[in-house]
Each structure stands twice: as C-alpha cells, then as structure tokens.
Design a protein around this ligand. Structure first.
Ligand code: CAA
Length: 381
C-alpha cells in the first residue's frame, strides 16, 4: 500500500486541519457542555466540501475519495467528536448509499443538495428491539396498487435525526420461506406521518443529536426506493462497510487528541523534581498510546484505500473499527491517568475524549459485531 498522499489529499488534509483548529476546536468544550447543535459548523462543512467528500462533483460532492474522507474525519473529530459524527453520518450513511444504489431522481434531487450541505441526511436501521440483530426489525413496508409504499414502524438512536431533511429507512417488505426481505426507502422529513421524538441524553458526543423517529402510514413514492426491492439488507450492510471506516476515523481523531494533550501535559507537569515525561511509567504509557494510534490509522487507511479501489472491504472495515474504537478508549483512559486529578476535571478536556470515545465501540456495530464480521470473513470457504 502506497502511504504517500496525492496533492488533492494533502490539500484537503490542510483545509480540514485549518478548519478544525480555527473554527471547531475553540467551540468543542462549549458544545459538550451545552449540547448545542453546531448549525454554523455544519453549514461550514457544507461550504468546504466535507459533507460529500467522496461524492463526484456532478452530484454536489467534493469529488475526492475515501482516503481523503478518513484524513478529514480524523482532523475534525480530534477537535470535536460530535461534529465528526455529524459529518460521518451524512457522508457514509447517507450520501454513499445514495450514490451507490440510488436512481437518477434520488441522485439529482436528494443526493446533490445533501452532498453540498444544503440538506442533511440520516440512516434508520436500529429499532428499540433490534440493534445488533439488524434483520429482525418491526418496521414494515406494504406495496400499494400504484407501486408506492406505506411504511409503518419506528427507528431509534438516529444520529442527525432531529435535524435531518431525509432519512434512509429499512423495512421488511415481504417474506420468502419464512425469511424476511427488506427494502430501503428514502423519506423526507416533510412526509405526512413521519415524526421525530426528543433528543437522547447521552454520555458523550453531546452536540451530535440523536432521537427516535416514527413512521405512521407514511406514503413513499416508488422513485424513493433505494436499491432493488427486497435487497435492502444488502444496502444496509454495504453502507455499514463504509460507515465503519468513518467511525474508525472518528475514534482515531478522539484518540489523537487525548494522546497529544498527554504528551504536552507530561512535558510541562513536574513531579519528584522533574517533568513527568521523564518518568518511565509515563513514557511507557505514551509509547503504547502512540503505537496503538499508528496501528489504528494504518488499519483505517487500508480499509479506505481498498474502498477506493472498489475491493470488498467488509473485514478490513470491521478490523479498523474494532481496533480504532477499542484503542481510543484505552488511549483516553491513559490520558486521564497521565493528567491525574486534572484529567478527571474538565480543565484539560481529556475526560470529554474519554466519554466521546466510548460510543465508537457501540454504534455502527458493536465491537462484538465487528468480531462476528471478521470471523465470518476469516472462516468462509
Ligand atoms: N455487503 C453486502 N451484503 C452483505 C454484507 C455486506 N457487507 N454482509 C452481509 N451481506 C448479505 C449476506 O450475503 C446475506 O445475503 P443472502 O441472504 O443473499 O445470503 C445477507 O446480507 C444476510 O447476511 P447474514 O446472514 O450475514 O446476516 P445476519 O443476520 O447474520 O447479520 C450482522 C449479520 C453482521 C450481525 C448484521 O446484522 C450487522 O451488521 N449487525 C449490526 C448492525 C449495525 O451495525 N447497526 C448500526 C446501526 S447504524 C448506526 O449506528 C448509525 C449511528 O448512530 C452513527
């Protein structure tokens, strides 16, 4: 794998780094404290091309690739993990499947404004009674005589849900020999019968709002079906192959922020007459953190580079997400230890990284689900 960046990737990285340092990082503590939705940052991400990084410019995107997306996600998530996941959901879970599976109507009228950041998207797979076992859902779609559909059900933990203009919803639309067949629908927030619940209160990523969404006899025209009828579960799984790269990059950003703060603190804080960075106990922690960070970045870039080459990357995305998310938790944990009592307070912000890291082991497939995906790929004939 060639690890050098192209000129376009380097330029995007620099733009993301500048945006993160100047506009995102100064607001991160306030966003965490208040849980305010960062509408101004979402708008700026749209202007800068961060909401449709790997979508061709003909459909409103920046025309770059998955590697560029990882680079930008790491920078933005290092500054603010909430802003990072808002970006990730729009890119990976909404624009990507619309580009891959959408008909021309969906690409022109829904993908194009969403990749530009004029509208926002979200992804409805999880339900109150089915998370990891995603096929076993209660939401149903019933085909009507004119080819349209009526969708009934609910989806929960929907990141961007309270603010999104469109949602991709997965529903069971038929059964063959007892086996459920799913179809994916794109539903605008203006559709009669589509409502959203109150924001979830969470441990971290406070500014990335999520909620439950409800569908009561929502009529969906046939041109809003995403992919083939009955092939919705494959749309969901293929989308998550990309989404897991996004969450791995978010974890990478969180971990890097915790690591960098730890290095700076270790050089400045003194104990027993010398900077704590000179104590081997601290050096060993920093060495482990740096090594895990590099390993997580390499796994994530490998998965992104395979996606860019059009290669199947289910296993590599799962490995990247599994490792990066668990490493982020370990790194943020050590960061608090290095900061001692100050790490447990909000003064240095490492406790925010610790809280934010934890979700990366859960959403877009728990660590246990990533292990199932990896094992299934390892053991297949
Ligand atoms: N790409 C394309 N097709 C795929 C696929 C992939 N990566 N993975 C599986 N499939 C296909 C299979 O080939 C199979 O097809 P056939 O029926 O034609 O044989 C079909 O999908 C079913 O596959 P499985 O039998 O493997 O499915 P399963 O029921 O055993 O489930 C699972 C597999 C991996 C556990 C899956 O349910 C899963 O990923 N669960 C986790 C769900 C998840 O990640 N949810 C996250 C929600 S989104 C979110 O979190 C957003 C947010 O807030 C930020």
């Amino acid at each position: 794998m060639d690890l050098s960046l192209t000129e376009e990737q380097s330029l995007l990285l620099q733009t993301a780094r500048d945006f993160a340092a100047r506009e995102v990082a100064p607001k991160a503590a306030e966003l965490d404290k208040t849980g305010r939705w960062p509408s101004e940052l979402v708008a700026r991400m749209g202007e800068l091309g961060f909401l449709g990084v790997a979508i061709p410019d003909t459909y409103g995107g920046a025309g770059l690739d998955a590697v560029s997306y990882v680079l930008a996600m790491e920078e933005i998530s290092a500054a603010c993990a909430s802003t990072g996941v808002i970006m990730s959901v729009n890119n990976s879970l909404f624009c990507d499947p619309l580009y891959k599976f959408g008909n021309e109507h969906l690409k022109k009228d829904v993908l194009t404004p969403t990749a530009r950041g004029e509208t926002l998207g979200c992804f409805g797979l999880t339900e109150p009674m089915s998370g990891s076992d995603a096929q076993t859902m209660a939401t149903v779609g019933e085909k009507q005589g004119d080819g349209s559909w009526i969708v009934n059900g609910s989806k929960n933990f929907i990141t961007n849900g309270p603010h999104a203009d469109f949602i991709i919803v997965f529903a069971i639309t038929s059964r063959e020999g007892g086996k459920a067949k799913h179809t994916a629908f794109v539903i605008p927030k203006t559709a009669p019968g589509y409502t959203v619940g109150k924001h979830d209160e969470k441990l971290g990523i406070h500014a990335a709002h999520s909620c439950t969404t409800f569908f009561e006899n929502v009529r969906v025209p046939k041109e809003m079906v995403l992919g083939d009828e009955g092939a919705g579960f494959k749309v969901a799984m293929a989308t998550l192959d990309g989404g897991r790269i996004g969450i791995a990059s978010q974890a990478l950003g969180i971990a890097r922020a915790a690591y960098e703060k730890s290095v700076a603190y270790a050089k400045e804080r003194k104990s027993f007459g010398k900077p704590i960075a000179e104590h081997q106990a601290i050096q060993f922690m920093l060495s482990d953190m740096a090594t895990e960070l590099d390993a997580a970045r390499l796994l994530t870039l490998r998965a992104a580079s395979m996606k860019d080459k059009g290669q199947r990357h289910s296993m590599e995305s799962a490995e990247a997400k599994l490792y990066a998310s668990e490493a982020a938790t370990r790194i943020a944990h050590k960061a608090i230890q290095i900061h001692g009592g100050y790490g447990y307070t909000t003064e240095y912000g490492v406790e925010r990284h610790y809280r934010d890291a934890r979700i990366t082991e859960i959403y877009e497939g728990t660590s246990e689900i990533q292990r199932i995906v990896i094992a299934a790929n390892l053991l297949k004939a």
